[in-house]
Structure formats: C-alpha cells, structure tokens
Write a protein that binds this ligand. Sequence first.
Ligand code: PEP
Ligand code: MG
Length: 443
Amino acid sequence: MSLISAITAAQRLDSRGVFKAIVPSGASKGDYEAVELRDGDQKTYHGQGVLKAISNVETIIRPALIAEKFKVFDLESIDGFMRKLDGTSDKSKLGANAILGVSMACARAGAAAKVGFRFLAVTKFKTEAYRRKDVPLYDFIRLLSGTPLPYVMPVPFFNVLNGGMHSGNSMAFQEFMIAPVGAKSFTDAVRMGSEVYQELKSVLKSKFGGSAIGVGDEGGFAPPISRPEEALDLLIEAVERCNYTGKVKFGIDPASQEFLLDRFYDLGFKSSDSKKMSSADMQSLYHELIKKYPVVLLEDPFGQDDWESWTEFRKTCKIELVGDDLLATNVTRIKTAGEKKACNALLLKINQIGTITEAIEAAKLAYSYGWSVFVSHRSGETTDDFIADLTVALGTGHLKSGSPCRGERVAKYNRLMDIEQELQTRSVKSSYAGEKFGQTRSV
Ligand code: PEP
Ligand code: MG
C-alpha cells in the first residue's frame, strides 16, 4: 500500500553555504514570510544550523505522519495535518523549513505512487483518465491543482545584474532580468538568454575591466554601477549586440523594502551618499524607466506595508506588477491586496508559506483575481529543481531562477528543458508562453 513508512531529514548546504534540508532561503526576506528555524548556536555555522528543524522532522513530524497512515498521494491531508501539528499561523513551532521539506518529499512520493495516483485521478478528477505508468511531478501537481491543459512552457526571467542585498556593489535595485519573450520554445529561450549573458560579460569587461565580471548571489554580474538607467543601458547594449532587440524584454525587482526608511526610499543605501526618494519620486522614476526601456515586469517597487503607493501606482501601471514581500505567498495578504487593488501578479515562493498545498491555494487565489503568477527561487538556493515542475504544473507562464550560471540556478532551467523534451516525446500539446507570459491563466 502507498502509505508513508519512513521520513528522514539532514542538513545540506544552500548556495550561500548555510546548512539546510533541501529547502532554500532568502536574503531580502519579507516580515510576513513563514518562519525558518535556525539553531542560533553561534559555535556552529554562525548560528545558521538547522538541527532543531531536523529534530522536529524526525521526532515530531515523522512519527505523527506515519501513525496517521496517510496515503502518500493525499498531499492536501498531509499538509493540512502538518499545519495543525505546528499549530501556529507562521509555522514558527516546527519551522517552515522542516514542514516544507516533508511536503515536497511527499509530493514526489505521491507522484511515484502510481496505483494510488490512478485512484486519485479517477475519483477526484473524473474528466481526466490518467493512463501513464510513471507520473512526472509536474503532472501530479497539475492534477492535484486542477490546472487545465494544454501545457504551457514558461518564459525564463534571467537575473543577469545583481544589486541590493545580493551583491557588494552600490546598486540599490536588487535584480535586473532579461526575458526572451520572442523565443520559439523554452529551450530556445535558454540559448538566447545565455548568449545575452555572455555578451553582457564582454560588455562589462571592456567597460570596467576583469573585476566587474564576478557574480552575485543569483549568478548575475555585479559591476560598479548604482543607477537603474546604467543597468538597463548595459542590458540594451548586450541585447543589441546579439541582434535580439524586440525579442528580449526586461524585468526589475528593486526589492525596495530593503531601502525603505522612515517613508523614504534611499537609493544610496549601499554607499555613503544617501539619495532619499519619496513615494511620488519613485513612481515617476518607474514610469520613466518603463517608458524608456522594454520593461515588462516590476516586482516590489514599494515596501511590504506601503499599500497606498502600491494602489496608487497600479492605477497607471500598464505592465505586470508583482508582489513579493508584499504578499509573502500568503492567502490573507493576497486577499488584502485583491481588495486594495495593490498589484496584478503574485510572486510564488514555496518557502514563504511552507507547504505545497498552500502554495497551490495562493496561486489559485491569484488566478481568481485575474492576476499572473510568477514562480521564484530564493537567493540562497539548493540544487533541488522542484519549482521547475511546479511552474509547468500550475501553467504560470514564467519563472525566475537567476542567471544562466551557477549550478543551483541552472538546475531549474535544465529540468525545464527536460520537461519540454519529454512533452514532445509524449506527443502532447504544449506551447511556449512568449509575449503572453502573464496571461496564461487570467480570467
Ligand atoms: C526576491 O527578492 O525576489 C529574491 C529571490 O530574493 P530573496 O530570496 O533574497 O528574498
Ligand atoms: Mg523579490
């Protein structure tokens, strides 16, 4: 029978060199994220160890889940049970890192439990008889979430210039992304993105010298620049040199909560020269950037509690406006944002909420408002490629997993190319989201 019989947990490194159990971790974390348990023992890993979370999996979650005799494919019940076992609203008792690791493992076990899955597919989703012998993770989650066919392959948003909390340069804005919307397929988009990335490297080397091509947390370059226009001009040059003008668009995540102080946004927060901007100044700056450059997506332009600025800006913003710290993948925050008309897209980070079931609920709620869903990695990542399958499963049409560089970033892109190839081999219909990256599921 497909019952849970064993669960083990262990510390593993993430890309920042901190031990974690397969679950990633952020640097520019929002205050409303579920709690990640760290040991705080300064003698080990500078207090960043996760032995308490490991112990919670092994001594609390494991025996309780095994005793309940859940079917491994019944992820909703497993996740719901773990939430109750934790009993807090932010998973601070057992740790979102402990719970999420189990939730992800159970999703994989569910996909592997073929007999049980057939049962699930037939009883719960009567319309779709499932006849495959092996069930890929993206299909398991797709059926679980009721995502309609055909499959949509996402546009990869490659973060090629790193600033903010993700690098040591003086650029306040955290991420400048390139999005090959004009590619023919996901695989083609990876090629185009990689070519622009390599071209950018040459541009930076000739402009600033060899020291400018070192990379930040997400594999993007961190040259000695500070203004957003400088970053975008560099991207324009690299894209032009590849002859991809019009085919590669841009996304920006200023991660502005990090430089919000006393109602002012300080663009000089990483240097000795402060450059304080009011919300109105920031709104004008964003409008200018969107007018001058092919920017199609803007994430966290304002702080996590600056609802007024979000709502005001959304009235005139014509591009995708993504809430990350604002929403924290949390349905309560998403509902507030829906009422306030604060944004039009959800950034989906599984470790912000701590179970796969809740991440699916968050995505479905966002879709119900006609929003887009943008799947995201964390700056402290692991080589786990779970979010690649999740992106296809939910048909989100776009994801960000850093630059086409560094193992933990490319693991997701490589998995997505495998999925694209597998779908072709299976002769099932799929399309590349392209220019419609944000409208794959809008109502
Ligand atoms: C982000 O802000 O979107 C991000 C990926 O960074 P972090 O993981 O540091 O929150
Ligand atoms: Mg962000």
